[in-house]
Ligand binder design. Structure first.
Ligand code: SDX
Length: 426
């Protein structure tokens, strides 16, 4: 076995190296604690939190594989539910398996009728992500049997319920914002078309989504389905490591994804492009992003792992062209500004040196906006899609032999022991 050697105060510690099927070897530091040492890596920049066979990313080459299949090939030839099946089961479904899976998802897309009253407790202007965190977490109260996470059958039922219901939860949070009645899912529509139907139909008028736009949205779902151990997936694993209820774990992941440094970036990109306002002002904003004291960052640029183009961004840029073409919005000023911003940033020394490329969030907001989806719903859509990856990663962790609850240690920087002072003496 290959080992790494640590020399600490004359103490020689041999740590085994572990090899994956792709990517860098890892140093197995599990025994360090018992030898009186911890590693220190607050942002997990150099830490593998788990082993997983679901998704692989190569940040230098800009690669993304779901169960070994390149994202470009899946985006071209697959659809979101097939990708969800692949992430979950590890293999692409055959025709019969696909039909069974899609039908099961379709037939579980309604919410428990009493959940409707949960929405009514919110103000009308409640952010869809606040609603999603609440409603998804509340599902644990409607399906108490789901807490038996040791039972594979219960895990499977919860995974189907989450995959099937999250579009309804998201669409209804939008309808509630608009003050329109909730539109029920239709079992005769595909996953993405059903979501567009629930968003845009009313009791007075049906909505038949264009197949091109439904396909574009489905591809956006597929591109966002999973992404290794990102912050929200790590949150789901952390919550799930205590054997918490799966709905509570996915609610925790949804909460984490909401942050503007993570899934909230797609909404922040549109806000930033609106603030830039005109191509002539792009240079000022790029300079602000380079100025550390400004606290401003170019939303949609940079990534913890990708130090090359995020492969999803390139596919998303293509989707922009197709959707805007389909809608006759060739001269969409926001898209043109985004293209110009990308070009300027990629030619700028600062961005080149720090390897800051457009990430998945840079173009997704522009496509979603073109699909008639309000900015407030962008992160909710990211959460809808990432639910597929979260449930696959959660299941892999809960089912793994030798599972342990996550319990990091710390570098303590507080005060040494001191004696309590009674109030009368303070
Ligand atoms: C997602 O992890 C995932 O896989 C996430 C995701 C997924 O699918 O789950 O891919 C989805 O979250 C995509 C990222 C969306 N976020 C944004 O677009 C927000 C803007 N980007 C950043 O804030 C930043 O790039 C992060 C948060 C994405 C990455 O942060 P890191 O890895 O902690 O990098 P960092 O903040 O330490 O930045 C490294 C350097 C810094 O400069 P120095 O301190 O080294 O001098 O690059 C600079 C940063 O100041 N930098 C930027 C920048 N991003 C990083 N400068 C200007 N604009 C930016 N966007």
């Amino acid at each position: 076995m290959t080992t790494a050697t640590l020399q600490i105060d004359g103490q020689r510690i041999e740590l085994p190296l572990m090899k994956g099927s792709l990517g860098p070897d890892v140093i197995d530091t599990r025994t360090l604690g018992s030898q009186g040492h911890f590693t220190y890596d607050p942002g997990f920049l150099s830490t593998a939190s788990c082993s997983s066979s679901i998704t692989y990313i190569d940040g230098d080459q800009g690669l993304l594989y779901y169960r070994g299949y390149p994202i470009e090939q899946l985006a071209e030839g697959s659809d979101f539910l097939e990708a969800a099946y692949l992430l979950w089961h590890g293999e692409l479904p055959d025709a019969e398996e696909k039909t069974t899976f899609d039908t099961l998802v379709s037939k579980h897309s309604m919410l428990h009728d009493q959940m409707l009253s949960l929405y009514k407790g919110f103000r009308r202007d409640a952010h869809p992500m606040a609603v999603m965190v609440s409603i998804i977490g509340a599902m644990a109260a409607f399906y108490p049997e789901s807490s038996d996470v040791a039972d594979p059958r219960q895990r499977e039922i919860s995974m189907f319920r989450l995959l099937a219901k999250v579009p309804t939860v998201a669409a209804w949070s939008y309808k509630y914002n608009k003050g329109e009645p909730f539109i029920y899912p239709r079992n005769d529509l595909g996953y993405a078309a059903n979501f567009l139907h629930m968003l845009h139909a009313t009791p007075c008028e049906s909505h038949e989504p264009s197949p091109v736009l439904a396909k574009a949205l489905d591809r956006i779902f597929l591109l966002h389905a999973d992404h290794e151990q990102n912050a929200s997936t790590s949150t789901v694993r952390m919550a799930g490591s205590s054997y918490a209820n799966p709905f509570a774990c996915i609610a925790a992941g949804t909460a984490c994804l909401w942050g503007p440094l993570h899934g909230g970036a797609n909404e922040a990109v549109l806000t930033m492009l609106a603030e830039i306002g005109d191509v002539s002002r792009i240079g000022d904003f790029v300079n602000r992003a380079k100025d550390k004291t400004s606290g401003f960052r170019l939303m949609g640029f940079g990534h913890r792992v990708y130090k090359n183009m995020d492969p999803r961004a390139a596919i998303m840029r293509q989707a922009c062209y197709e959707v805007l073409d389909e809608l006759g919005l060739h001269d969409d000023p926001v898209f043109k500004m985004a293209l110009k911003l990308e070009q300027i940033a990629l030619e700028d020394e600062y961005f080149i040196k720090k390897k800051l490329y457009p990430n998945v969030d840079f173009y997704s907001g522009i496509v979603l906006r073109a699909l008639g989806i309000p900015t407030s719903m962008f992160t909710a859509i990211f959460a809808l899609a990432r639910t597929a990856g979260w449930i696959a990663q959660w299941n892999e962790m809960v089912a793994s032999p030798g599972h342990k609850i996550a319990r990091p240690r710390q570098l303590y920087t507080g005060l040494q022991r001191r004696e309590f002072v009674p109030l009368s003496e303070r």
